[in-house]
Design a binder for this molecule. Structure first.
Ligand code: UTP
Length: 297
């Protein structure tokens, strides 16, 4: 049985250019989905799956992310004096979610480079990777997105990546995985080739790599050896293709809904879905959506 997965890396050092000007001084991972930063949903997903230590790969806005997950003495003191008990408890809970270490990626040289920055902390252990702008909504009684990949890793001993089927015309925006579906479990996929953003006209698969990974420590050496690839960045996909050739790699179609909150429409969708899932906001949101649709007619 492979060792259990206790570490998670969450890279949040990208430039977030798709969200300028909002991301000029605020990381896109701190933009709120209703009233909670995107990153907090992801940190909660990791800890709820049994992760014991999160390594955040930070860029130029280190301060506000660290502050968010830290104790906030002044705020707590004020809420206490004003008897705002529920708010106080909610704020305190964030600082108690679990241990989070942050490392600085000194330049945004790509996702592969960002993940490699966590090596000195994680060392010779398997680890999860959760992209800081990809959200997974799973049913309350079900295992979280990354939890499903951890289970597949612990059952097979092989590296796991989350996959999603997209229209073939869209695959050029993603890492693309070729291979075949497992005979016994249609959610599992045996990968035979991985390509980062295949150019239009060369598409061979509709399975896109989306935001969650569980990887063995062998990937560190492969990342060290990975040369600059697509977009002038060190691509995680290239190291994972090498891993696949050496020791196999599997894909998991997560049972849940994935939303790319790093994309403008995805961000709006994530906000609407979250609002519709809250008892205090659902009917107001439905009314608002109906009014807006009627205005369009
Ligand atoms: P993205 O490609 O979605 O992020 O990377 P980006 O580069 O910030 O986005 P745009 O395209 O300019 O809008 C996926 C994740 O990897 C992180 C990002 O912060 C994001 O959470 N990342 C990316 C890093 O930490 N370092 C990098 O060098 C690149």
């Amino acid at each position: 049985m492979p060792p259990s997965v206790k570490f998670a890396v969450i890279p949040v050092a990208g430039l977030g250019t798709r969200f300028l000007p909002a991301t000029k001084a605020v990381p896109k991972e701190m933009l709120p989905i209703v009233d909670k930063p995107t990153l907090q949903y992801i940190v909660e997903e990791a800890f709820s799956a049994g992760i014991e230590h999160i390594v955040l790969i930070q860029g130029r806005y280190k301060g506000c992310i660290e502050d968010h997950f830290d104790t906030s003495y002044e705020l707590e003191d004020t809420l206490e004096k004003r008897n705002k008990t529920a708010d106080l408890e909610m704020v305190r809970k964030i600082a108690r979610l679990g241990p989070i270490t942050s490392i600085r990626q000194k330049a945004p040289l790509g996702l592969g480079h960002a993940v490699l920055c966590a090596r000195p902390i994680i060392g010779d252990a398997p680890f999860a990777v959760l992209l800081g702008d990809d959200l997974y909504r799973t049913e309350a009684n079900k295992r979280s997105g990354i939890g499903q990949l951890i289970d597949a890793f612990e059952a097979t001993g092989k590296g796991q990546i989350a996959l999603m089927q997209v229209p073939l015309s869209e695959i050029h925006k993603y890492g693309a995985a070729e291979g075949k579906v497992d005979d016994k479990n249609e959610r599992l996929f045996h990968i035979s080739d991985l390509v980062e953003k295949p150019p239009k006209g060369t598409e061979k698969t509709d399975r896109a790599v989306v935001g969650r990974y569980v990887l063995p420590p062998r990937v560190w050496g492969l990342l060290e050896a990975t040369k600059v690839g697509k977009g002038g960045e060190i691509q995680l996909t290239d190291a994972l293709d090498a891993l696949q050739k050496e020791q196999g790699l599997m894909g998991v179609t997560v049972d849940g809904k994935r939303v790319d909150a790093g994309d403008k429409l995805g961000f709006l969708e994530a906000n609407l879905r979250e609002a519709l899932s809250r008892t205090d906001l659902k009917s107001g949101t439905v009314t608002l959506m109906q009014e807006l649709l009627a205005e369009l007619k």
